[in-house]
Design a protein around this ligand. Structure first.
Ligand SMILES: [Zn+2]
Length: 152
């Protein structure tokens, strides 16, 4: 925690967590990715996740990811229709920790976004969330809620 930006408490529903993790396993041996939608207040995500969108990784790589442009458009239109925004992105690490790689930090495009990383290194998947801003990494606590999320 750098003190320069406050990480929100990320609230995911159990079905959202399951969709994210399932998409990550589907993507093997490559990294998988997707987007998160939710409310933004004054340009900052509140941490509530209302929808998760599996997307294609156009890099088709086990080391990097790029969210498919059409998948991004479709997700952001859907979020806007509900008065919300894309508040983050998730991707998998197939053989490493659920922690941002130097490439993840370098490529972090939006300082407001929540960056979720799922590690498939061990038998059980590990999901963590971060803010990435100006080269700094701050972890967000993640809570799983049985009933949260609009459509989950
Ligand atoms: Zn990564």
């Amino acid at each position: 925690m750098t003190g320069r930006f406050a990480p929100p408490l990320v609230r995911l529903s159990v079905p959202q967590w399951q969709r994210i993790v399932a998409h990550c396993y589907h993507g093997l041996p490559d990294e998988a990715c997707g987007l998160l939608a939710g409310p933004m207040v004054a340009g900052e995500p509140t941490g509530l996740i209302t929808e998760v969108y599996p997307a294609r990784n156009t890099d088709a790589s086990a080391r990097t990811y790029t969210v498919d442009g059409k998948d991004f458009l479709r997700a952001s239109r859907d979020a806007e229709d509900r008065g919300e925004e894309i508040v983050g992105v998730w991707h998998s690490h197939t053989h490493t920790d659920p922690y941002p790689s130097p490439t993840d930090v370098e490529r972090a495009v939006d300082p407001a976004w929540i960056y979720v990383i799922v590690s498939l290194r061990d038998e059980a998947p590990m999901l963590r969330a971060f803010r990435l801003r100006a080269g700094a990494v701050a972890e967000c606590r993640v809570v799983l809620e049985a009933g949260a999320g609009r459509r989950a």
